[in-house]
Design a binder for this molecule. Structure first.
Ligand SMILES: [Zn+2]
Length: 280
């Protein structure tokens, strides 16, 4: 399933061809979109926005096209009418004078009013987007100490879209490893310094994934491994999907476990429990 950084990169590509442009025609092949042409065709695209894994296309009509890709949805941006060869089902096609933005296979698609956006079952529940430019590490720190979240294990919290939108499985392992914390710890177990480091790691790793196209390993390490002829799969992550291999930070062995039915990777040597840290 695509994570926030992947969705945001897709949104950037769509924004490049749609923002500020008039939609000249549209194909809407989805029951929930019946009767929605008038809100879209002949309207200008004001902006494209992501909220977690949801993509919002705001039109000058005041309406917004909401789409959530879930497992199989995918957007393609092409020169107008140049449809890609695919067996996927076309759900939405938005055509400007020069380009087409095409959404395939998604089934969670709606045209919503401003009011409906605020009460939407997904949007109204999710936390701030990890890639929201206005999200600071201090705001994240106060979220970590919020009564709703402070007593939950990091391993559980870092998959919860209500805590932070756009977070996902590989980011969970990568962020908690970068912060040097045992995934079984809860925010309430951490001292102020550890909380601050975790908040900063959360922003740093998410932004790194977005700007690098999914590479969360440190740029220097990834570059070195690449020049050694290693594959993208081998240099992409600092810890995720590296069971039994050496931790790049301390040389310890990477352990795989399963928490919340999802793979979690950590290093017992450099991801310490705060109890040890506090007693030392
Ligand atoms: Zn380590």
């Amino acid at each position: 399933m695509p994570k926030g950084p992947e969705i945001k990169r897709a949104a950037d590509a769509i924004a490049l061809v749609l923002e500020g442009r008039m939609i000249e025609s549209a194909d809407l092949h989805h029951d929930e979109l019946k009767g929605s042409h008038r809100h879209i065709v002949g309207q200008r695209v004001k902006s494209i926005e992501t909220q977690g894994k949801a993509l919002l296309t705001h039109f000058s009509s005041g309406k917004t096209l909401y789409s959530h890709n879930q497992l199989y949805g995918v957007w393609h941006v092409v020169d107008r009418g140049q449809y890609p060869t695919t067996k996927r089902t076309l759900r939405v096609a938005l055509h400007t004078a020069r380009h087409s933005a095409l959404l395939y296979s998604a089934s969670d698609i709606w045209v919503l009013t401003k009011k409906q956006l605020t009460t939407h079952p997904f949007l109204s529940r999710i936390g701030p987007d990890i890639l929201d430019k206005s999200l600071t590490w201090r705001a994240l720190l106060s979220r970590l100490t919020d009564p709703r979240f402070k007593s939950r294990k990091l391993a559980t919290l870092y998959l919860d879209q209500q805590f932070l939108a756009g977070i996902g499985n590989y980011l969970r392992s990568e962020i908690i490893h970068d912060a040097g914390l045992d995934p079984a710890l809860r925010p309430i177990d951490l001292n102020r310094g550890q909380l601050g480091r975790l908040a900063r790691s959360t922003l740093t790793i998410s932004k790194r994934s977005y700007t690098s196209g999914g590479i969360t390993n440190k740029a220097g390490i990834a570059k070195k491994l690449k020049t050694q002829g290693k594959s993208r799969a081998a240099y992409r992550f600092s810890i995720f999907d590296r069971e039994g291999e050496c931790c790049y930070r301390c040389g310890g062995s990477v352990i795989r476990s399963t928490l919340n039915s999802r793979r979690l990777y950590s290093c017992a040597q450099c991801q310490t429990s705060s109890f040890e840290t506090q007693s030392s």
